[in-house]
Write a protein that binds this ligand. Structure first.
Ligand SMILES: [Zn+2]
Length: 313
């Protein structure tokens, strides 16, 4: 187990330095792990409004959604026309064939059902090599182009948290966010064609049980490189939660706390994969998103809430 500040050394060199060794330095990675509909995107938006932090949505899907499918970016342009993702593509020099190779390796390794395989270190060598190449090049390019010290990745998957932590042991911290079962099942009842499809309460409950267990195992493996927060705390006391993140990570979030206090709008940034927030250029932090319109089975939600507490979330 490792301790806090020493894991995240200050990014002491200007990006695009003439020193090639310096230019190759990895940014710090702040990974957001959680279930769907648990506030991962709004958490990323808050963090990425800090001047030393850049957010780019769910990077697990960036090869598929931005580089291959050319989906719309939050800036309003298609990914291939977006200046940020065009610059990343140019910086990396990736061809479409490269993007397909990296997409396939990430999808093969990181799917939810492979979590125990990742936890036990059973990743095939050839898959690992492709994964390492694509992921390392991506984060280095994001760091160089943004000149930010920290890159936020809100991909959510617990397996990806472990993969990134293994790949970049001195550079990764994981924020684990959980939401009440009642809120999550209600959120999954809403119709939404473009994001994750609605889930029946039983399917949502099974998903909740499995992903929370994976997150618990990942948290145990990561030790103090992982911080757990609750969606309900974030909506009730965002400044308090940001202060906890600040103390744990050693990264200043003073600007974001000031913006929250002043009720300012938050820039969404170049997010391609994420929830509906990505379609808005700017958002206001609105605690009313925590209110749910659905009516999940109360007994089921109560049992799952006990389960959540049992796992320490
Ligand atoms: Zn964009």
């Amino acid at each position: 187990m490792t301790s806090s500040a020493t894991q995240w050394p200050a990014h002491g060199c200007a990006i695009r330095s003439v020193d090639p060794a310096c230019a190759e330095e990895m940014p710090q990675i702040l990974y957001i792990m959680g279930t769907g509909r648990s506030g991962t995107t709004i958490l990323e938006v808050l963090l990425a409004n800090e001047k030393d932090i850049v957010g780019s949505g769910e990077l697990k899907h960036i090869f598929r959604d931005a580089f291959l499918r050319n989906l719309p970016c939050a800036c309003g342009k298609r990914s291939h026309a977006c200046e940020w993702w065009s610059a990343v593509r140019k910086e990396t020099g990736w061809s479409d064939a490269d993007c397909r190779r990296y997409r396939d390796a990430i999808e093969a390794i990181e799917r939810h059902r492979n979590f125990l395989r990742i936890l036990s270190g059973c990743v095939l060598r050839h898959e690992w090599d492709v994964y390492e190449q694509g992921t390392t090049t991506l984060f280095r390019a994001l760091g160089r182009l943004s000149r930010a010290r920290v890159v936020v990745d809100s991909s959510k998957y617990p397996g990806r948290a472990l993969m990134l932590a293994r790949l970049f042991p001195r550079h990764v911290r994981v924020l684990c966010i959980t939401r009440s079962a009642y809120g999550l099942i209600a959120a999954f009842q809403k119709q939404n064609d473009e994001e994750q499809r609605p889930k029946h309460p039983i399917a949502a409950a099974a998903y909740y049980v499995y992903v929370l267990l994976c997150m618990r195992l990942a948290r145990t493996r990561l030790g103090d490189r992982c911080l757990s927060i609750r969606f309900e705390d974030l909506t009730r006391d965002p400044v308090g939660v940001l202060s906890r993140i600040e103390r744990w990570s050693g990264v200043s979030l003073a600007r974001v706390r000031q913006m929250l206090a002043a009720g300012e709008m938050f820039r969404v940034g170049h997010v391609v994969t994420g929830n509906r927030l990505r379609k808005q250029g700017v958002v206001k932090f609105d605690p009313s998103v925590a209110r749910t319109d659905g009516s999940p089975p109360r007994l089921l939600a109560w049992i799952l809430e006990r389960y959540r507490a049992l796992l320490g979330f």
